[in-house]
Write a protein that binds this ligand. Structure first.
Ligand SMILES: Cc1cc2nc3c(=O)[nH]c(=O)nc-3n(C[C@H](O)[C@H](O)[C@H](O)COP(=O)(O)OP(=O)(O)OC[C@H]3O[C@@H](n4cnc5c(N)ncnc54)[C@H](O)[C@@H]3O)c2cc1C
Length: 341
């Protein structure tokens, strides 16, 4: 049975969610010759990897020591470069804007030349994907698991749940134990409550003033600001993290306070409020803040009689929250699905 169209598909594995965890899991299963399909609610791959050209509205960096990301970058041939660090930092308090020698805000990190979403795009071209297919139910019966979307029912021996656990509670109740439902319901979505503001300029003028583009503000709306320019400062951009609704006007006014009048004329302002993305964040995303639930042992064990496996970054036991964590969780899920194959 499905919601009306009558389409029923059988697969060895169904992966729910085409974020980087779901895409990496699907690609690994394809490589092992497994019959797999990945179903995705949005019309694009990548989930929290979202780029406007080379500018990142979701994840931005990866860091030294994140070997799974480094391996993926090398395998896919994606060009990366070093985050700009040079220059002084700026601190804004309610009473003053202070320039502080050196940059103690940024840490060494790498960026993707074409934006972080290029990681997802590189994998998405290689795997069977169904876009615009929100999963509305997952249920178990003796023959396996059933994944329902508005268009089809998928029958599978294994399901990989590559969505933030807090979203899974809305559709997977029939397949999850009450204990798992309680855990998933209280697990935060990493960065799910954040608004990211990216402001593009004709030139990285702050660098000419010896500033790194890094700032911390107790005033806001942007609380933490970084340089988001491409290699060699092209394109030139600053970005900041905020919480809740932010107007372009207020963000630019703050950048003028921090960096002077040249900040008043951006070429473009992108505002991405992740708390309003229903395929990333549940409506009460701001209420979940206990990150100690990340990587809980229940997420590391197969559920639903060994057929259901978690793969989102929130379920990783190391690097949880990062792309590296999402990749680590996908490796665990694939191993549980395929055994020694
Ligand atoms: C503003 C921001 C900045 C960040 N900065 C960094 C950074 O610099 N470095 C870093 O490493 N990490 C960063 N992160 C975190 C990083 O983006 C995540 O760790 C990673 O992208 C998570 O991947 P995932 O596949 O686990 O989840 P997601 O990317 O959330 O993927 C889940 C997928 O499931 C889909 N989905 C949801 N519900 C359903 C449903 N019912 N049916 C079907 N599909 C569904 C979604 O559409 C989505 O595509 C940042 C995140 C944000 C938001």
């Amino acid at each position: 049975m499905n919601n009306g169209s009558g389409i029923v598909e059988g697969h060895e594995v169904v992966v729910i969610g085409a974020g980087i965890a779901g895409l990496a899991a699907t690609a690994a299963l394809v490589d092992r010759g497994v019959d797999v399909v990945c179903v995705e609610a949005r019309d694009r791959p990548g989930g929290r990897l979202l780029s406007a050209g080379p500018l990142d509205l979701g994840a931005t960096w990866f860091w030294p020591g994140e070997r799974r990301v480094r391996d993926l970058v090398e395998r896919t041939g994606i060009a990366v470069f070093d985050q700009h660090l040079t220059g002084d930092a700026v601190y804004e308090s309610p009473t003053a804007v202070n320039r502080v020698k050196g940059n103690s805000i940024d840490v060494p990190a790498f960026r993707y030349v074409d934006g972080a979403a290029s990681l997802a795009t590189a994998l998405a071209t290689k795997v069977p994907l169904r876009f615009g297919a929100p999963v509305t139910a997952v249920s178990a019966d003796p023959a396996g698991l059933r994944v329902t979307t508005s268009e089809a029912v998928f029958r599978a021996q294994h399901v990989i749940m590559a969505v933030p656990p807090a979203l899974a509670v809305s559709f997977a109740g029939d397949a999850l134990s009450p204990e798992l439902m309680r855990l998933a319901a209280k697990t935060p979505v990493w960065m799910g409550a954040v608004t990211k503001v990216v402001v593009r300029y004709a030139e990285p003028f702050w660098r000419e003033q010896g500033l790194a583009g890094a700032a911390i503000s107790m005033v806001g709306p942007l609380r933490e600001i970084h340089d988001m320019s491409g290699p060699g400062g092209n394109p030139a951009a600053l970005f900041g993290f905020a919480v809740g609704e932010v107007s372009a006007q207020a963000a630019v006014a703050q950048l003028v306070r921090l960096y002077g009048n040249r900040a008043a004329s951006p070429e473009q302002v992108h505002i991405q409020d992740w708390s309003r993305e229903p395929w990333t964040s549940p409506p009460d995303v701001h209420a979940r803040a206990d990150y100690s639930w990340f990587g809980h042992p229940l997420y590391t064990r197969p559920a639903a009689d060994g057929r259901l496996h978690w793969a989102s970054t929130e379920t990783a036991t190391a690097f949880a929250g990062h792309v590296e964590g999402a990749l680590a969780a996908s490796v665990r899920a694939v191993a549980a699905t395929t055994g020694n194959r």
